[in-house]
Design a protein around this ligand. Structure first.
Ligand code: FEO
Length: 397
């Protein structure tokens, strides 16, 4: 059965031929509340070139969009900027349908694509500084190792001044509009920060290096075309600024309080703590892990100066939902935080101690000692939690 999709023009010689994943909500553990897109681009030069593909299940959509511009069998070159299957899953189907003379990836990309799709996959490796003439225009490549996979790279098409930035400078956002300037800036800001926090935060120093190196690469960029979310043709500094601020990890006068609760005791402690922080002018976000996904919590962590986690003890362990969230956050390596551990217990009381140990393992300072209550907080306990909030606010400065 034929699929019916149209390409959309990006510039004189570049077309968007990607896929919109309106319904995805679980992107390897990241809650994509607004769906996402897998952007792929067709360059109509003498050598017709496809930049990136999509998830395997979207191969038909890509081929239909390409066919709205040109017979897919006319494609000469496929560039794979990133081997993760959301961009390479459809690569075998695209190779089979187009029989290109050349497939190109980074050195690590060649290894990874072969590991995924077979050692006999014919791919040429490129590295930073390499160029590929398409006839009238030229593609130049920049290795962006560990942003966010070892194989990641970006490329630039000089004829139309388009930077294909791959995952970098992207966000998970499905929209009928192709361009960022057609969308609500507050949604762009939130989704870009969320994307950075959950995908790139662990490599924040390398993101800063890349952003700092861009001017030195001498690229005259008119369009930033990431592989997720909208493209940028105006105010390019907006998305670069969001990424730069996120990578700098400067803490705001803000606290995140995330907790789990069995019978309401830890929740009551969380609320008293919140009021203590608020009394000192600290903006507070309080959430039960039951209602907030780990990726939404990481987004709040990313710009908070204080991160407080509370959980009851269950079966001698911290509540499992808290272990999930802390494991996830630890891997993303947040910096410049003050931490606080708290909770409620009935008899053994390991919960808050385990949270404190996890914060230690993240390198998060805890200027206020962990606090636990037995069964249900008394008024004196709640006053003590209020005071902890005041102390934490003072420690934040
Ligand atoms: Fe969008 Fe790292 O894949």
């Amino acid at each position: 059965m034929k699929e019916y999709f149209k390409a959309e023009r990006v510039s004189e010689n570049v077309w968007w031929v990607g896929a919109i994943d309106w319904n995805v909500r679980n992107f390897h553990g990241y809650e994509t509340s607004r769906g996402t897109s897998y952007n792929a681009f067709l360059i109509m030069d003498k050598k017709i070139t496809l930049v990136d593909t999509a998830k395997a299940c979207f191969a038909g959509e890509l081929l239909a969009r390409i066919a709205s511009v040109i017979d897919p069998s006319k494609i000469d070159i496929i560039i794979s900027n990133h081997a993760e299957p959301d961009h390479s899953g459809a690569l075998p189907a695209l190779i089979a349908a187009t029989q290109p003379e050349k497939v190109v990836a980074s050195v690590a990309g060649v290894r990874t694509l072969r590991a995924y799709y077979g050692e006999d996959l014919a791919i040429d490796a490129v590295k930073t500084g390499d160029t590929l003439s398409l006839g009238k225009g030229t593609l130049s490549f920049v290795d962006t190792k560990m942003l966010h996979w070892p194989d990641s790279m970006i490329c630039y098409y000089d004829r139309d001044k388009v930077l294909f930035s791959q995952d970098a400078l992207g966000m998970h956002l499905a929209s009928s509009e192709l361009w960022a300037d057609q969308l609500d800036p507050s949604i762009l800001d939130y989704e870009a920060r969320k994307y950075f926090a959950n995908i790139l935060n662990f490599q924040a120093p390398r993101v800063l290096e890349l952003l700092d190196s861009l001017p030195g690469l001498g690229l005259d960029i008119s369009i930033i075309a990431p592989d997720h979310g909208p493209l940028w043709r105006k105010d390019l500094e907006t998305i670069i600024g969001i990424y730069r601020r996120a990578a700098e990890q400067r803490p705001k006068r803000k606290a995140l309080i995330a907790y789990s609760t069995m019978w309401g005791a830890t929740a009551r402690c969380a609320n008293a703590l919140a009021d203590g922080l608020r009394s000192q002018g600290v903006a507070v976000v309080v959430t039960d892990l039951y209602v907030s996904h780990r990726s939404a919590i990481m987004t709040e962590v990313s710009d908070a100066g204080i991160i407080a986690f509370g959980a009851p003890t269950m079966n001698n362990q911290m509540y499992p939902a808290m272990a999930d969230v802390l494991t996830y956050i630890k891997g993303l390596k947040p910096k410049n935080k003050i931490g606080f551990a708290f909770g409620a217990y009935g008899w053994s009381g390991e919960g808050a101690k385990q949270i404190a140990a996890e914060l230690d393992a993240m390198g998060v300072q805890q200027p206020v000692a962990l606090r636990q209550v037995k069964y249900m907080p008394t008024t004196a306990d709640l006053e003590a939690f209020f005071a902890c909030g005041v102390e934490l606010a003072k420690a934040l400065g």
